[in-house]
Structures are given as structure tokens and as C-alpha cells.
Design a protein around this ligand. Structure first.
Ligand SMILES: Cc1cc2nc3c(=O)[nH]c(=O)nc-3n(C[C@H](O)[C@H](O)[C@H](O)COP(=O)(O)OP(=O)(O)OC[C@H]3O[C@@H](n4cnc5c(N)ncnc54)[C@H](O)[C@@H]3O)c2cc1C
Length: 524
């Protein structure tokens, strides 16, 4: 029997497990508990544009436009087309997407930068939890082992240099070697590297670090989507206030009641996320506080129960005033480990799916509610690919262990605290250069250790991840989508087809950044 190892237990991993052949053994390794991931946090919903009867054209164009014309239209169209049968299957199985009270038909919601209402939601604002729960309940695979609280930190290779498993750290910091004939990284995004973020507040994923150590290419890592409306204030954010709230009529205002989005974008409070996030940031820079005025939303409590509960907990007076305090924060990793839409990478037997991957579906910005869709599709397509191609791999391996810089808690804290100011919604070349040097110094000036524990591994991952984002952001000398540089404020058409790639060259430190336009690349 062949065996696959799937790292992660979010929607991408669950979709993969749903579609993998029963003859293939599945080992699912997840660093926290099965349902503790961003998929279970997703509030707004999942795009389902089948009813538009245009073969996904309007949805594709919205995705492409939201991505500042950097996405790959053929990838976009394929992913959207593939999502229809998969979402329909969930509906047919009985997943209770919310319906319109009047006619009991599916209630399609509107979100920012969509030209049509096409977002299915479930349990009001509990879509991710409901989808994940449904998928877990419907897992029929007879041979799945789920290993929780175990963090994969490296890949194993056999004497032929083929990947044949993973090295993982258990709860007591003990090493585990787990063999498999294919490894699927479904490790999610890196947004919680920033101090203000919307993600599950636990440890950072090591997907990109593992990838770098094995020469997998990281693409578009400068593209981090900042969500404009996290509940709270700068450096004091609690959770997300979904775009669906604005889709339902909430309006962004400052403390004087001024609707600052009205003069900034024709879609006003529903403008694309990057524009909205910067507008909030500018308001804050001018000393204002930002709020969502929800006075026009009836039944807020039942339509958005999760958000309502969070507001009541942290700002008990806000509901009475119909004004929720909001601030921008890191939300979604648009770039990732380069892969095809079936997860295939340039390393045999290694696949990457979901938010961890970069297929150029999102371009330079993600359209709201497109990522649950992407995870669902990539998981299923990857399983199809693995079903057809998996072969037994010689599993004899030797792993000499991992050696990492042992960075102090204090140094990491300092680096991380500066990250939003330097790599957040507005970036500046000189500041980023200085920051990159600081990180490089931190990585090189501390002792190396072979005694890898979950905590020193995390500290290393934080520094390395911020270095990756910083180097990538420095390389893109324009402003596009979620990446805005004060020193290059204009979207430059020469950059539309250029992608920032980062390879380690097998080394621990970032070695080169390749910019590619179709067939040629410039190394510097
Ligand atoms: C608050 C919030 C609201 C959102 N709302 C929406 C929405 O309405 N619609 C939408 O489409 N998208 C939404 N998103 C984005 C969406 O939830 C994610 O993009 C999507 O769920 C990612 O799925 P995934 O399976 O790729 O990764 P995740 O769900 O993030 O799962 C990653 C998994 O990998 C595991 N992992 C990581 N590294 C390791 C390792 N080294 N070893 C072992 N395990 C590891 C983690 O524990 C986790 O189980 C939202 C995100 C957030 C945070």
C-alpha cells in the first residue's frame, strides 16, 4: 500500500483527504488540533458563481481585476470552473448554506470588489467552521491517521535524493520521522507573523521555511493582504469583522461620523481591500479612530453571531452606538510556494495546496471569499493527480537533524514589533533595507543549535519569514495590489507580468531573487 503524508488540517487538507483513493494510506499531521486553523475561522463565505450562467466569466474578471491584473486568467477560469461541481456536491450532501427567508433559496451575499452577489455563507458568519465540520463528518476514507500537536520541520530524503517522508517535532520536543510516498504541504498562510492580524493566534506555519530548505521557489511573498476591518485598534486587534458586514450595508466612518471612503473609491466602503486598508491607515496617521457604522443592518446579532459576540466581549458599549471600532491587520498570504493548480511543485513527490501555495490565481490581491474555494479545488485536484501518479518510494533515509540560529526571545520581539510599520500597508525602500539588515544580523550573530525545540524553531521561523517578505517587497519596485511602496507609488505596467521569486539555493539564507517574464530571468 502506498502512503501520503498531508501536513495541515484546513480546508485544503480536508478536500485532499475526501478525494484521495481509499487504497492509499493517509497520515495527516497537524501542528495544533484538527479544527484549530484559519479554515475554521472563515466568516464571510465561499464564492459560488454557477447561477450566473456565464461559465464563470464575471467572477473570473472580478478575480483578475481585484488582483491588479497580475493573476493568470487561465488559472483563474480553471479554478472557478472546477469549484462548481465541488460546491454543488457539498450542497447535495446537505451542507446547510444559509437561505433567503422569503423564498428559501440560497442567499447569495455581496462582498468587496465583487460585481455580483455570489457568496454562500453558513451559520451566518460561521462558514468555515460549518464547511470544515461537514467535511470531517463526511470523511469516508477507511485508512486515515490524524496526528495532532505535531509540527513538521523538514522533509526526509532517501539515498536517491527523493523525498520519502517528513521530520516532525512532537509535544515534548521529541523528533519523529514519518515515511511516505508523497508529501502534501497544506500549511496555510504566514499572516500571524505580524503583531496585528486576523488569524488563529497560535504559532506560525513553517511551510515556506521547509520549502526554502529544499529549493522550492517562493513566489510573490511581498503580497500580503491586509484586511481593513479587524475588531479593535492598532496593535490591539481581536478578530475579524468580515467584509460581509459592509456588504450588508455597514459604512466606514471616523469618530466624527465622516464617511472617508466616499471620496476615495467609487465602491466607497466596499472598495478593494488594499485601498480600504490604506485609507484607514491614513485616517489613523492623522489621529482619527475608525469605525463601522452598522446602524443600517437589521438583526445584526443573528446575521453575524460570531462578530456580535466578539464586539460584546471587547467593546460592550459599541452595539448600542451602532459603531464598531476597526483597524487594518494582516489577513491573507497571496503569494506562497510556487505550484500548479493540482499542487505539483518542482520537487518530485512534494505538492503544495491551499493558502500555502502560489498558483497565481489571486495575482496581487485576493478577491474576498475566493480562498476557501481555492483550497477546496486544489485539494481535490491534487488528490486526482496523486491518485494517478503515486508509486512506492524507497524509504531508507538518514536525517542528520536540523541546525538553526538560536535567536533570543527579546530580539524576535523587537523585530516582530516593527514588522507592521515596515512591511504593512505602506512600505518604504530605505526602511526595508535597514530592516532586512537587522534581520540578517539577528540570524547570523546568534549561535547555531541542533537542540531544536518548538519555541526556538518558532523564533527562527518568525525571523526567516519576515526576511522573506522583506526581500520580496524590496525586489518589487512598484505599487500593485496589496503591495504599496511610498518610494514607487505608481503601478508600473512593465511589472504586470513580472513575478518576484525567491530561492534559497539550498542555503539557510536568502540567496537570490529572480524576476521572471515568461522565459527569461534576471538574477541579482
Ligand atoms: C478570520 C478569517 C476569516 C476568513 N474568512 C474567509 C472567508 O469568508 N472566505 C474565504 O474564502 N476565506 C476566508 N479566510 C481565508 C481562509 O480561511 C483561508 O485562506 C483558508 O481557510 C486556508 O485554508 P488552508 O487549508 O490552506 O490553510 P489553514 O486552514 O490555515 O490550515 C493550515 C493547517 O496547516 C497546519 N500547519 C501549518 N504548518 C504546519 C507544520 N509545519 N506542521 C504541521 N501542521 C502545520 C495548521 O495547523 C493548519 O491545520 C479567512 C481567514 C481568516 C483568518
Amino acid at each position: 500500500m502506498t502512503r501520503v503524508i498531508i501536513v495541515g488540517s484546513g480546508i485544503a487538507a480536508l478536500s485532499f483527504i475526501r478525494h484521495i483513493k481509499h487504497e492509499i494510506e493517509v497520515i495527516c499531521i497537524t501542528k495544533d488540533q484538527l479544527s484549530k486553523n484559519n479554515s475554521n475561522f472563515a466568516q464571510g463565505g465561499i464564492c459560488f458563481s454557477m447561477h450566473e450562467n456565464d461559465e464563470g466569466l464575471a467572477h473570473s474578471l472580478d478575480t483578475y481585476e481585484a488582483g491588479a491584473k497580475m493573476g493568470d486568467l487561465s488559472v483563474i477560469q480553471k479554478v472557478i470552473a472546477k469549484s462548481y461541481p465541488l460546491i454543488q456536491q457539498l450542497i447535495d450532501e446537505g451542507l446547510a448554506f444559509d437561505t433567503n427567508t422569503a423564498n428559501k433559496e440560497l442567499d447569495y451575499a455581496m462582498e468587496g470588489a465583487h460585481s455580483k452577489a455570489r457568496i454562500l455563507h453558513s451559520g451566518g458568519d460561521q462558514t468555515g467552521k460549518f464547511i470544515a465540520k461537514h467535511m470531517v463528518a463526511h470523511l469516508s476514507h477507511p485508512n486515515v491517521t490524524i496526528i495532532e500537536d505535531t509540527e513538521v520541520i523538514d522533509l526526509l530524503k532517501n539515498t536517491e535524493n527523493e523525498v520519502c517522508g517528513v521530520l516532525a517535532l512532537g509535544n515534548q520536543n521529541e523528533f519523529h520521522t514519518i515515511e511516505g510516498d508523497a508529501v502534501i504541504l497544506a500549511t496555510g498562510g504566514i499572516n500571524n507573523v505580524f503583531p496585528t492580524h486576523s488569524n488563529i493566534p497560535d504559532t506560525l506555519t513553517s511551510g515556506p521555511i521547509i520549502a526554502l530548505h529544499h529549493n522550492l521557489t517562493l513566489e510573490s511573498m511581498e503580497m500580503i493582504q491586509f484586511h481593513p476591518t479587524l475588531l479593535g485598534k492598532p496593535y490591539e486587534a481581536y478578530s475579524l469583522v468580515s467584509e460581509a458586514v459592509r456588504g450588508s450595508g455597514a459604512v466606514l466612518v471616523n469618530e466624527t461620523g465622516f464617511r472617508f471612503m466616499d471620496s476615495i473609491h467609487p465602491m466607497k466602503s466596499l472598495a478593494p481591500r488594499d485601498i480600504t486598508s490604506r485609507a484607514l491607515y491614513h485616517q489613523q496617521m492623522q489621529g482619527h479612530e475608525c469605525f463601522l457604522d452598522i446602524s443600517r443592518i437589521p438583526n445584526f446579532e443573528t446575521r453575524f453571531p460570531t462578530i456580535y459576540a466578539a464586539v460584546q466581549k471587547h467593546y460592550p458599549g459599541a452595539m448600542k452606538e451602532h459603531r464598531i471600532p476597526v483597524t487594518p491587520g494582516a489577513h491573507y498570504t497571496v503569494g506562497g510556494i510556487q505550484s500548479e493548480i493540482n499542487g505539483k511543485t518542482n520537487l518530485n513527490n512534494v505538492y503544495v495546496i491551499g493558502e500555502a501555495a502560489c498558483t497565481n490565481f489571486h495575482g496581487a490581491n485576493r478577491l474576498a471569499s475566493n480562498s476557501l474555494l481555492e483550497g477546496l479545488v486544489m485539494g481535490a485536484m491534487c488528490a486526482d493527480k496523486v491518485n494517478k501518479t503515486i508509486t512506492p518510494i524507497d524509504s531508507s533515509h538518514f536525517h542528520a537533524g536540523v541546525k538553526i540560529p538560536d535567536i533570543s526571545e527579546e530580539t524576535i520581539h523587537q523585530i516582530q514589533q516593527q514588522s507592521f510599520e515596515i512591511l504593512g500597508v505602506e512600505r518604504n525602500g530605505q526602511q526595508m533595507k535597514d530592516y532586512a539588515e537587522t534581520i540578517q544580523h539577528a540570524l547570523l550573530s546568534c549561535p547555531l543549535t541542533e537542540k531544536v525545540t518548538k519555541s526556538n524553531w518558532q523564533r527562527y521561523c518568525v525571523a526567516k519569514t519576515l526576511q522573506i517578505i522583506c526581500e520580496s517587497a524590496l525586489a518589487r519596485e512598484e505599487s500593485r495590489g496589496v503591495h504599496y511602496r511610498i518610494d514607487f507609488p505608481i503601478q508600473n505596467s512593465n511589472w504586470q507580468n513580472l513575478k518576484v521569486e525567491l530561492n534559497s539555493g539550498g542555503n539557510e539564507n536568502v540567496k537570490s531573487i529572480t524576476r521572471q517574464r515568461e522565459n527569461h530571468s534576471i538574477l541579482h
